[in-house]
Ligand binder design. Structure first.
Ligand code: HEM
Ligand code: HEM
Length: 178
């Protein structure tokens, strides 16, 4: 029977669904960001991809909070990370979580404190206001840079999992998340 919760030798179904489901959603989110960065303003593909950036970004924020809570709940039963490499892996996962929270959060705060307000799938969460709250706009200036930093850390994470664990060490680390 498939375990829903994590165990010392394998991540459970819920953690694996969070991991792979969110990996797919992050791929879509970075595609929209890359099109926004690379294509000219009037390009239709850019506009189509950009049209879901905010709603998907808020969705990812909610999902990472739920995933983090599930991870903490399961912390004592998760696969262990021993030695120096294990310690580095743990630190890497903490950095991933930190950026997964901060990147959308600064933009959500900016939208909530901005003149247009914050909407989610057409539903108004924070109404428009006459003047923006200055500090909320200042923090959001880091959104793009931090977003690309997250992309780079994710790339390192994938390379480490596939090249180091799966191809060189063949130590079963990949299998416990697969
Ligand atoms: C985890 C979720 C998110 C990721 C990974 C992400 C990533 C990015 C990246 C990499 C850029 C830079 C694009 C460029 O260089 O042209 C960007 C821009 C932008 N994002 Fe996001 N984003 C996320 C969530 C959000 C949310 C929740 C909102 C709105 C509430 C948002 C609104 C924007 C806006 C308006 C820009 C263009 C202005 C700027 O660069 O700050 N994003 N995003
Ligand atoms: C092809 C893409 C990916 C591969 C092959 C991959 C592989 C893995 C593997 C094998 C583990 C288990 C590591 C261990 O037991 O120590 C893991 C854990 C983890 N991965 Fe990935 N990953 C991918 C994409 C992503 C993405 C896109 C993110 C974040 C945006 C991410 C974030 C994490 C985090 C935070 C963990 C720690 C466990 C948890 O809390 O879920 N991964 N990954």
């Amino acid at each position: 029977m498939t375990n829903l919760s994590d165990s010392p030798d394998r991540f459970g179904l819920i953690s694996r669904v969070f991991h792979w489901g969110m990996a797919a959603l992050f791929a879509a989110q970075f595609t929209s960001a890359a099109a926004h960065w690379a294509l000219p303003r009037e390009n239709t593909l850019r506009e189509t991809l950009w049209s879901f950036h905010t709603d998907l970004g808020i969705t990812l924020f909610v999902l990472v909070v739920l995933r983090g809570a599930w991870g903490l709940w399961n912390l004592r039963n998760r696969p262990a990370h021993d030695g120096q490499i294990g310690g580095a892996a743990k630190a890497g996962h903490v950095v991933l979580y930190g950026l997964m929270v901060v990147v959308p959060l600064v933009r959500i705060v900016a939208a909530a404190g901005g003149r247009r307000g914050l909407s989610y799938f057409g539903m108004s969460i924070v109404p428009a206001r006459e003047t923006a709250i200055a500090w909320t706009q200042a923090v959001s200036e880091w959104h793009g840079e931090l977003g690309w930093t997250l992309a780079a850390v994710i790339l390192g994470h994938i390379l480490f999992a596939v090249v180091y664990h799966r191809m060189i060490q063949k130590d079963g680390v990949m299998e416990r998340m697969a």
